[in-house]
Design a protein around this ligand. Structure first.
Ligand code: NAD
Length: 358
């Protein structure tokens, strides 16, 4: 039996989590779910959106399946999702982006692996608020040491990029490429502008690449990468990026395979793995039983593989592929028009997958 920490999340989280739990249980794999809540409601009850009990459960079980959790914009508590990744040192965000036959996409046969660094960059959470004493001191220090002025009514976010974190994420990308018969790793950066941070990311990536002569290596500037992906995604294979570009390019890549409703993900550390869809809590769809559960179900497929339940993962993925190809029991986002009256509900998609599982 496997014990898995299960965090339904908020917004659309509980609906897609329930659908995912049902299809995983239908594979027959013996899983005991250790269910925990996190996010806004927990914050209101317990004064923290991420109670220690959630972290303890994940540390004990080593594997978690998680729905999306809302982050207040511009104010309020910091992202629970980022806190989980940082606290548990889940340094790698692995997001496979593969087209399924029958999904409405501009390209056929897209097969990209997005590998996003998860612990530093502008996500480090080192921020200086406009008008605070520390911000004034920082502005004075920067002016004194660089001669450059910063407008006094500025807020400042710090972007640290280290050799340590870059080495381990790029190493992960190459090891992943080797294990999964991939031909090429592309490192993405803006080293022409941010020479100290992105420049270090690029230099470190090049050094790591030398240890993997069997895998092709190249780099791309992030803006060019976005255009290239939209025009010719087939040129790319494994793509490794610092945190913020990884976030943006993940959504772009999701768009290439039919949208966020189809993009799964995993946050991986040395020992712990937390599986979650790329998308967020889409609050406007909350409680409507309308949203696509496939991104979370495919995150569940990744989890089953991680647990060594390879056959169950294969059966579940085949059932998902069948339901997509048939095109009957798919949600609004996979129909020709979002108001298509034949769109299936979230729970109907789960039922169809369960009915198809061999
Ligand atoms: P979002 O990913 O929640 O949704 C953006 C849009 O994408 C939705 O309005 C919807 O049109 C579409 N979409 C998303 N998921 C879908 C699905 N399963 N099926 C069909 N369509 C889907 O992004 P947002 O609106 O920018 O963020 C909402 C909240 O989620 C924010 O608070 C954000 O911080 C949070 N968030 C959480 C995570 C996470 O938990 N890991 C990730 C991203 C965003």
């Amino acid at each position: 039996m496997h014990i898995v920490t299960f965090i339904p999340g908020d917004g659309i989280g509980p609906e897609i989590s329930e659908a995912t739990k049902r299809v995983i249980e239908a594979t027959g794999v013996d899983i005991k779910w250790d269910i925990h809540e996190a996010g806004q409601e927990v914050f209101e009850r317990q004064g923290t959106p991420l109670p220690q009990s959630v972290l303890d459960s994940i540390k004990k079980n080593k594997v978690a399946l998680k729905g999306p959790i809302t982050t207040p914009v511009g104010k309020g508590f910091r992202s629970v999702n980022v806190a989980l990744r940082q606290t548990l040192d889940l340094y790698c965000c692995l997001r496979p982006c593969k087209t399924f036959k029958g999904a409405r996409t501009r390209f056929e046969n897209v097969d990209l692996i997005i590998i996003r660094e998860n612990t530093e960059d502008l996500y480090a959470g080192i921020e200086f608020e406009k008008d605070s004493e520390d911000t004034k001191k920082l502005i004075d220090f920067i002016t004194a040491s660089t001669g450059k002025t910063i407008r006094p009514d500025s807020g400042i976010s710090i972007k640290p990029i280290s050799v340590y974190a870059t080495e381990r994420i790029v190493r992960f990308a190459f090891e992943y490429a080797r294990k999964n018969n991939r031909r090429k790793v592309t490192a993405v950066h803006k080293a022409n502008i941010m020479k100290c941070s992105d420049g270090l990311f690029l230099e470190t990536s090049r050094n790591v690449a030398k240890r993997y002569p069997d895998i092709e290596f190249e780099d791309r500037i992030v803006d060019n990468m976005c255009m290239q992906l939209v025009q010719k995604p087939k040129l790319y294979d494994v793509i490794v990026l610092p945190n913020l570009y990884g976030d943006v390019v993940s959504d772009l890549a999701a768009g290439l395979i039919g949208g966020l409703g189809l993009a799964p993900g995993a946050n991986l550390g040395e020992e712990i793995a937390v599986f979650e869809p790329v998308h967020g809590s889409a609050p406007k769809y909350k409680g409507l039983n309308k949203i696509n559960p496939l991104a979370m179900i495919l995150s569940g497929v990744m989890m089953l593989k991680h647990l060594g339940e390879v056959e169950a993962a294969r059966r579940l993925e085949t059932a998902v592929a069948h339901v997509i190809e048939e095109g009957r029991y798919v949600t609004y986002d996979m129909k020709p028009s979002p108001d298509d009256p034949t769109a299936a509900t979230t729970s109907m998609v789960a039922d169809a997958i369960i009915g198809t599982l061999s």
